[in-house]
Design a protein around this ligand. Structure first.
Ligand code: GLY
Ligand code: MN
Ligand code: MN
Length: 348
């Protein structure tokens, strides 16, 4: 961030997104402001969080903000003599910005978009270790839940068991609302678990993830209850092949839309392209969905250290759906699939 300020001729930068200050400093509280100059870093937070911030963010100066945080903000910026000040245009309300403008009429404000997010896209070793652990937790929980799957079980019961297992294995929380989509509900890409009961001969999609020490995992498997017909098998194998082609396309220097295209081509050539309505994947880290976007129009270039999902799906209204989702690390010369769960169609 300091070299960014230098390059852009900014005297200071204000971080307002909690996920971004957590990334930059370690502070996990939900209220505060992180102010960066080219040399200094001050974290302003209220009485609830001051001690926590000192413990979690030893690299920055923690100051308690009073009743008027805008005045504290102004005090720091004035003490730095900051004239050109950047802020996170993606994460600041207009109302809050107007209050800053009124308090600091001498500042030239500059909208900055996606800068911390760009840094976050490339993971460091320590972050990768946490992501690997978040994956191991989710895979363990998924395995445990597979043993409970039976005709007549409700989607919601399976989601509950899964989330309980995630927590027991060390997750702070599920990374997102667990998706269990059975039978025709499989056509809903984000069909969070309902009260519906599973029935023999259905495909069931489970999409789950763990949040572990600030990092998320995200994986999906579709399996069959007991038996499958030819059409179900065919759609499954098509998604599996599309995913394989997507993963094969992941390497540094690739533009993300080319990876999307490699997988999408397989589904389009089969005539089912209209049923794959979302992008192929996304970055995963402190947020389940973060940079880079891996979709048909994404111009982001893959770089070593990025962690992305590869998750093609086919969703046919009233029939159901299939999605297979894995997490992949972009390496120096290709990629490493971080998830280890089998991609064979399991008949449970
Ligand atoms: N679980 C949401 C997603 O796969 O993007
Ligand atoms: Mn998912
Ligand atoms: Mn995903």
């Amino acid at each position: 961030m300091r070299s960014y300020l230098q390059e852009q001729g900014l005297d200071a930068f204000i971080v307002t997104a909690p996920v971004n200050w957590a990334y930059l400093t370690g502070f996990t509280g939900s209220s505060g402001l992180l102010l960066l100059s080219r040399e200094e870093a001050v974290l302003l937070t209220d009485a609830r969080y001051v001690e926590q911030a000192k413990e979690e963010a030893p690299g920055v100066e923690v100051r308690r903000s009073g009743r008027e945080p805008v005045q504290d903000l102004a005090g720091v910026l004035r003490s730095w003599g900051a004239q050109e000040v950047g802020f996170e245009a993606d994460h600041l309300t207009v109302q809050r910005f107007r209050a800053w403008e009124r308090e600091l009429p001498e500042v030239r404000w500059r909208e900055v978009s996606g800068t911390v997010e760009g840094l976050r896209a490339v993971k460091e070793e320590g972050e990768l270790a946490l992501i690997r652990q978040a994956i191991a937790i989710a895979e363990g929980a998924l395995r445990e839940v597979f043993a409970l799957i039976a005709d007549g079980r409700r989607e919601s019961e399976l989601a509950l068991e899964l989330e309980f297992s995630l927590r027991r294995r060390g997750a702070a929380a599920p990374a997102f609302d667990t998706i269990v989509a059975s039978g025709p509900r499989g056509a809903l890409p984000h069909g969070v678990a309902s009260q519906r009961r599973l029935r023999k001969g259905e495909l069931v999609t489970i999409d789950c993830g763990a949040l572990y020490r600030g990092y998320a995992s995200d994986l999906t498997r579709t399996f069959a209850l007991g038996e499958v017909d030819a059409r179900q098998r065919e759609v499954y194998e098509l998604v599996r092949l599309a995913q394989q082609e997507g993963i094969r396309a992941v390497r540094p220097g690739r533009v993300a839309r080319e990876v999307d295209a490699a997988a999408r081509r397989v589904i389009e050539e089969s005539g089912l392209g209209e049923y794959f309505g979302h992008g192929l994947g996304h970055g995963v880290g402190r947020e389940v969905h973060e940079r880079p976007v891996v979709g048909p129009s994404s111009e982001e270039v893959l770089r070593p250290g990025m962690v992305i999902t590869v998750e093609p799906g086919i969703y046919i209204p009233e029939w159901g759906g299939v999605r297979i989702e894995d997490m992949v690390l972009v390496t120096e010369n290709g990629c490493e699939v971080l998830t280890s769960f089998t991609r064979e169609l399991l008949l449970l």
